[in-house]
Design a protein. Structure first.
Length: 442
């Protein structure tokens, strides 16, 4: 008999992070919307690298912020809009250009599976207020306008048919259909972006309809929760957990509640003692940005490093893709997903369903980095920075014998008083980070 939650903080605070979420380690974030049509933002900074002040909001690298980037009336996106579309061309005028004519949700889901992802999170309503599902509370949605399909419903079915979990993103506190003064700095709006009871009711009803229609395994709220309905939060969470027993939520609920905490690019803190999730795009944007070609995206080695470093620190990686308006995924993004999947085919045993090891990451000389994960008593050692075909690496404080997850490598182990000395033959740089399994090594 599954636990029944009541609408009280005492009750929902008993909720624990479900094992499936901790074990999944790698998910795909999808930002797809009207903003995918102009697909424009300047390539400036990673979130968290600079202050989110006027300079940030007038040079916003997030292409999904296009509405605000033209609403501020200055900066590269505004100038681009005036030059390319003219000052009388509104954001909503892009809607008929979002046709999704080549969209095949099953192909997306197959790609995510091949990438080694175990869950997906789709934007159902981003800050522009456009709904990627047939909401009962607004006609500003993708069944009535633009693609004229239930994007959320079709993708949810395809993702689940490929054996992945489906999560939904909702912009809880910013909705430019309700409040659209230009945002020049975070404190202007984020704290109280939509300050009406009308919006509080609207957003509560939409979040509940998303839970009831799609039973999302992850409810990924963004920005925050309306102050006017904060007292309703435990009721929503109790309803969500009662409807979706395996449900899990992030930490963007006004700091009042979370199952897992989030980092976004450089913003946010990770504490390995609790479950957290890193989300980022492959470039500086979540929405598709035509200014981000292959050379501007994170490299495959850096992507594999990000996954290993995140997982070894008790995190999940939620890696974003920004599809084009026709429903295709940019080739440079697909290439990276497939490369990650190829690496995970060989090394996934040291990633999926592992937990944090007592061993902390450390350097092993000659620029070699070590990362660790554990699975019951077995220890997995990730070795980054090998360069030669033949390498000798000392793994301090580790005893026993190691086998490599990559069967094309040859590994000999020698126990020394400092730890395990391993000789690795057959390395080449296409292998990126390699993984050794040390039976009973944890
Ligand atoms: C830290 C924060 O509030 N980020 C908001 C940010 N979240 C990203 C996943 C994207 O959806 C951005 O467009 C959004 O502003």
């Amino acid at each position: 008999m599954s636990k029944k939650y009541t609408g009280t903080w005492n009750s929902v605070n008993e909720h624990e992070v479900p094992k499936w979420y901790d074990g999944c380690k790698f998910g795909i974030f999808i930002h797809w919307g009207i903003y995918s049509v102009p697909a424009f933002a300047p390539r400036t900074w990673e979130l968290g690298a600079v202050e989110t002040n006027e300079e940030w909001f007038c040079n916003n690298p997030y292409a999904e912020w296009y509405y605000n980037s033209i609403n501020v009336g200055k900066g590269p996106s505004y100038e681009h809009h005036i030059e390319k579309y003219g000052k009388d061309f509104s954001y909503e005028d892009f809607l008929p250009m979002w046709k999704a004519e080549n969209w095949q949700p099953q192909k997306w889901a197959e790609l995510f599976r091949k990438a080694g992802a175990k869950y997906v999170v789709l934007t159902t309503k981003h800050h522009d207020g456009f709904c990627l599902y047939p909401s009962e509370y607004t006609d500003f949605n993708c069944e009535e306008l633009g693609p004229k399909r239930d994007i959320t419903g079709e993708l949810t079915d395809a993702v689940r048919s490929e054996g992945l979990k489906m999560g939904l993103y909702y912009s809880g506190l910013i909705d430019w259909q309700f409040a659209n003064d230009p945002i020049f700095k975070e404190e202007d709006n984020f704290g109280n972006a939509c300050p009406t009871f009308e919006y509080a009711d609207y957003s509560y009803n939409q979040m509940k309809e998303l839970v009831d229609k799609y039973h999302p395994s992850v409810f990924w709220n963004d920005i925050g929760w309306p102050k006017q309905s904060e007292h309703m939060m435990p009721y929503f969470l109790a309803h969500y957990y009662n409807v979706v027993e395996e449900g899990v939520v992030n930490d963007r609920f006004n700091g009042l509640y979370h199952d897992f905490s989030t980092k976004e690019y450089k913003q946010g803190e990770a504490n390995r003692k609790e479950k957290w999730e890193m989300c980022r795009g492959m470039g500086l944007s979540f929405g598709y940005n035509e200014n981000e070609g292959d050379d501007q995206l994170i490299s495959v080695p850096d992507l594999i490093h990000l996954l290993v470093a995140t997982v070894s620190d008790n995190g999940n990686l939620l890696l974003n893709i920004g599809p084009k308006p026709d429903g295709t995924i940019p080739a440079e993004q697909e290439k990276r997903l497939l490369a990650l999947g190829k690496w995970l085919e060989i090394n996934g045993e040291g990633i999926y369903d592992t937990s944090c090891s007592a061993h902390l990451p450390e350097t092993a000389g000659d620029g070699v980095q070590l990362f660790f994960t554990a699975k019951e008593k077995d220890l997995y050692v990730f070795i980054e920075g090998l360069s030669k075909e033949e390498n000798t690496v000392l793994i301090p404080g580790v005893k026993g014998s190691a086998e490599t997850l990559d069967s094309t490598l040859n590994v000999q182990c020698e126990e020394t008083k400092e730890g395990m000395k391993v000789r690795i033959n057959g390395y080449d740089k296409e292998k990126h980070i390699i993984c050794l399994k040390v039976k009973d090594g944890e």
